[in-house]
Design a protein around this ligand. Structure first.
Ligand code: IPD
Ligand code: CA
Ligand code: CA
Length: 269
């Protein structure tokens, strides 16, 4: 898929050039993922526990992206899932999840993507989430809107909870930490049309931006899971709020109409 044809009107020269590079990295990482998807004997191992998988495709996507950043932006900081931090304290920082949705990927399920964000002083100014099997590329530049394959996207306008379709996730540390979202899922399920567990936080956020989901919440995510997708959802008009102070990135992302009622239901008694 040729992502270079997608443009956002009104970008500054520097924004245009960052976006072009982010597209290039996303496209090549997507090609690597497709080379391994549904291939027999995919090389893989586990990290925190059996639910936390990493494959050769995660590593090769990351290697490609890191090489590109080293060559083109040697002075920039980087945080990426499999390699950690580089050049800490720099103004510009790339935030990379080389393959989000690895459990899906390793099982042959199509909801997986590469997520690339660029931050300036800790604030995301650009985000690209590219799902190569689905051929969906979501992207946003701060103040310039959010887009899917060349079309501007907006979050949904639904206001009735009983018609809302929500996405969520289940944290990797669910067995050790009782704050594991189980009660919230059971509770919300009684009020909404449906709850989905897609298995990719970056896709959940992008789909909320596009109005495919009306809202999304999840606990204990990492910066690389959310940096690009949050900017996409925000630029599409969604409200984003942190819902825990002690649990990494724990967020509710919703269209503005449903936000107050979902926020209330998620409140801990
Ligand atoms: C995971 C996915 C999943 C979410 C997990 C993430 P990974 O990322 O985004 O949807 O529930 O918390 O860690 O491990 O596939 O990159
Ligand atoms: Ca991830
Ligand atoms: Ca990942």
């Amino acid at each position: 898929m040729d992502l270079s044809r997608y443009i956002i009107p009104g970008l500054s020269e520097i924004e245009f050039s960052f976006l072009k590079d982010a597209f290039h990295m996303a496209e090549k990482a997507g090609d690597i993922q497709m080379k391994y998807f549904r291939r027999n004997n995919l090389e893989q191992s586990t990290k925190l526990n059996d639910s936390d998988v990493v494959t050769i495709a995660d590593k090769q996507s990351e290697d490609f992206i890191l090489d590109y950043i080293h060559n083109h932006y040697p002075e920039h900081g980087i945080i990426s899932e499999e390699s950690g931090n580089e050049n800490e304290g720099r103004d510009w920082r790339w935030v990379i999840d080389p393959l989000d949705g690895t459990t899906n990927f390793s099982s042959g399920l199509p909801a997986f993507c590469v997520s690339i964000a660029l931050e300036l002083n800790g604030e995301a100014i650009l985000g690209v989430v590219y799902a190569p099997y689905l051929k969906e590329c979501f992207y946003a530049v701060q103040g310039k809107g959010a887009w899917l394959n060349g079309k501007q996207i907006h979050c949904s306008e639904k206001s009735e909870l009983s018609k809302a379709v929500l996405a969520t996730g289940v944290p990797y540390d669910r067995k050790e930490n009782p704050d594991n979202n189980m009660q919230e899922i059971v509770k919300l399920a009684m009020y909404v049309r449906g709850i989905r567990r897609m298995g990719s936080a970056a896709i959940d956020l992008s789909y909320t931006g596009a109005g495919f989901f009306d809202a999304y919440w999840e606990l204990n995510l990492n910066r690389w899971d959310v940096a690009a997708g949050q900017l996409i959802a925000k630029e599409a008009g969604a409200i984003i709020e942190s819902i825990r102070s002690n649990r990494n990135h724990s967020i509710l992302v919703s269209n503005p109409y449903l936000y107050p009622s979902i926020r209330e239901l998620l409140r801990k008694e």
